[in-house]
Design a protein around this ligand. Structure first.
Ligand code: WT7
Length: 650
């Protein structure tokens, strides 16, 4: 974020108090902060009792081997039982779990009782395929109900799932399957995106050419596209699942049973497998969903407009809402199919009361114009949420005004794949909203902003965001790489978790997030690593060297800009052709979201004496700014060369 944007942010003085009626009936009041401060562990034990445990824990937190945490030690629990069975047993089986809407307009309504039957059948099918507790199952699916069923069936068996976003490429899928050694893959023929069926099965087939240990592929029929079939390995979901019994007795696992692995980009090319376990994760997603979204399970219709392939979907489409027995909306497609009012139409149709989405979507809606939401009745909404990146004050105010009718609070929620659940956020019945600020750590969570030496900064100053106490839904490690877990998160500021985000405390001590401080970009709320994209570029035969930066972008937050040096044999070609060839290559290696917005062919890259590429200077170029300090470059004329080269190419 530029310093100009930062100072604009900090001059933001609009304030939005909680609506009186919401505050009067709010789930959480101010007193909860003090209660949690007085005894953080007792506070989380109380929240854990939201769940049904087959056996209560003996010890709430074991931090003796820090930073490796164990929460609710000795407790026995089943995540799927908590998400479905117990609601049915409590007499809420007829309650709708999901109002699902396909992109072409087909719909399905799934009650908790139906969900329980489907999850039990799928669990029985997985058992038949040899899946046992501890086995990893990869899920590569569109946004359809079977994706939720597949996740819960795995959870029921204690088999950690690893959901790979359907927009990722065969290569990315292969890497993830290999890294966690998954033996079973659940996928579909495809899903609907932007008005047409998009295939998924071909990517699975390609990925599995290099995953010889995968023995079974369960394929859901969604689009009826033709699929290639590997006899003995591929099984239709409907054939394997429909014949099964709707009875499946859940086994109760240790609270620390792995629940899932979710891959996310780090500062190196190799994605990190974030491991979440059961009891602590479910406790914190259930609590935060209830507290921050002020959930009233009997009346709310809740909608997280995100993909299940990201952590937002895991925690706030699947585990949080289901643990709380809430009715959710789930939508398969894009917001502009078949028209730009699709989301607003869905809100009116289902009477959505709470909407949770990303700033990048909000900025697109702003660009499309006020008329689209204005055509629909959005009066059912009572609360709006934002996640994924800092929300600019203008987007916040537009969201509140045009979607929330100038009536609904907006909660700007900061968290990460690693944190598993919300960490820093306003509470809608308590906090005076400040556009652009995530405000303060939730009850039971301890965050701070520190300087280079790890010392808390005074109010009015900036630094690095850290979390100073363990929390129940924290990642337990990186799959197969304990050392990288320690190095990445716990070494920079000993004793504290380093989030990788810059932040500032304002004069009131409230927290504003300022974006990543490492080589990680945030494009449309999705995390991408500069190194990962650089490696993809360099894997192309015509590229000798590549440097990638995130340039500020009005819609997507950041955009990928790549600087490449071509190999001699490829130099001198048409710059546009090279650009589009390399963009396609990145899409194939990682996925379309990683495609550089711009590719600039250069002769040299700016490097320090130790050989590190100075991305800061390239970012200045990408954002068309005056260059910063160039004195540490080996050769300070490099930047002149790059600038002249670019100017002559314009
Ligand atoms: C990174 C985590 C959490 C689910 C979606 C992204 C950024 C996230 C906010 C926010 C400012 C935010 C941070 C964080 N981020 N929410 N409300 N304000 N920044 O999950 O892919 O793990 O990315 O997203 O930079 O570190 P993720």
């Amino acid at each position: 974020m530029s310093s100009e944007a930062l100072s604009n942010l900090l001059h933001e003085d609009r304030r939005f108090p909680p609506p009186a009626d919401l505050a009067a009936a709010a789930n959480v009041t101010e007193a909860e902060y003090a209660e949690a401060d007085a005894d953080r562990i007792a506070f989380w034990e109380k929240q854990a009792r939201r769940l049904s445990w087959a056996k209560e824990w003996d010890q709430a937190l074991d931090w003796s081997k820090a930073p490796f945490a164990k929460w609710f030690v000795g407790g026995k629990i089943n995540a799927a039982y908590n998400c479905v069975d117990r609601h049915v047993e409590a007499g809420n089986g007829e309650k709708v779990a999901y109002h699902w809407e396909g992109e072409p307009g087909d719909t399905r309504t799934i009650t908790y009782a139906q969900l329980k039957d489907e999850v039990s059948k799928a669990a029985n099918a997985l058992v038949e395929l040899g899946v046992q507790a501890g086995d990893r199952v990869a899920i590569y699916m569109p946004m359809i109900p079977e994706t939720v069923v597949a996740m819960l069936a795995c959870a029921r068996l204690g088999a950690p799932h690893t959901v790979v976003f359907g927009g990722f490429s065969a290569t990315a899928l292969r890497d993830r399957i290999q890294d966690c050694d998954a033996r079973v893959v659940i996928t579909s023929d495809g899903g609907y995106r932007r008005g047409a069926p998009a295939a998924l099965k071909p990517a699975v087939d390609e990925a599995l050419l290099e995953c010889p240990d995968v023995r079974s592929v369960l394929v859901v029929k969604r689009t009826e596209q033709d699929v290639a079939w590997t006899e003995g390995r591929d099984v239709w979901w409907h054939e394997a699942v429909e014949k099964q019994s709707t009875e499946h007795a859940p086994e109760f696992f240790d609270a620390e049973q792995p629940l899932y692995v979710m891959y996310t980009s780090g500062t190196t090319g190799k994605p990190k497998g974030i491991l979440h376990t059961t009891g602590g994760y479910l406790t914190q997603v259930a609590y935060t969903h209830w507290a921050v979204f002020d959930i009233k399970p009997d009346t709310d219709i809740y909608w997280t407009a995100a993909d299940i392939g990201w952590v937002t979907g895991h925690s706030y489409i699947v585990y949080g809402p289901l643990a709380n027995g809430v009715t959710s909306v789930m939508y398969e497609g894009t917001p502009d199919t078949p028209h730009r009012g699709r989301w607003w139409e869905l809100i009116a149709k289902y009477g959505v009361t709470i909407l949770y989405c990303a700033p990048t979507a909000i900025r697109s809606f702003m660009k499309w114009g006020d008329d689209f939401p204005a055509k629909h009745d959005l009066s059912s909404l009572r609360l709006l949420g934002s996640v994924g990146e800092p929300i600019n004050p203008e987007a916040y105010v537009w969201y509140r005004t045009h979607i929330g009718g100038d009536r609904t609070p907006v909660v700007d929620t900061w968290w990460q794949t690693e944190t598993g659940a919300l960490m820093i956020s306003p509470l809608p019945g308590v906090t005076h909203g400040k556009p652009g600020a995530a405000m303060k750590a939730l009850p039971g969570i301890s965050a701070d902003v520190v300087d280079d030496a790890g010392k808390p900064v005074p109010d009015g100053s900036g630094g690095y965001l850290v979390l100073t106490q363990p929390w129940p839904s924290m990642l337990r490690t990186l799959w197969g790489d304990d050392q990288r877990y320690v190095d990445t998160y716990w070494s920079r500021f000993p004793g504290s978790y380093f989030a990788g985000d810059g932040a500032k405390k304002d004069e009131d001590g409230d927290i504003w997030l300022l974006g990543r401080v490492d080589d990680v970009m945030n494009v449309s709320g999705h995390r991408l690593s500069t190194t990962e994209i650089e490696s993809a570029l360099v894997s192309h035969p015509s590229v000798a060297e590549a440097a990638v930066v995130g340039a500020t972008d009005a819609t997507t937050g950041q955009a990928v800009v790549a600087f490449v040096i071509l190999r001699a044999a490829s130099a001198g070609g048409d710059a546009d052709e090279v650009g589009s060839m390399l963009r396609d290559h990145v899409a194939k290696e990682i996925g379309p979201i990683a495609k550089p917005r711009k590719i600039l062919v250069v002769e040299e890259l700016p490097k320090t004496r130790s050989g590190k590429i100075m991305r800061r200077l390239l970012r200045d170029v990408a954002e068309d700014r005056e260059l910063g300090d160039v004195t540490t470059l080996t050769d300070s004329t490099v930047m002149d060369l790059i600038k002249t080269g670019l100017d002559s190419g314009k």
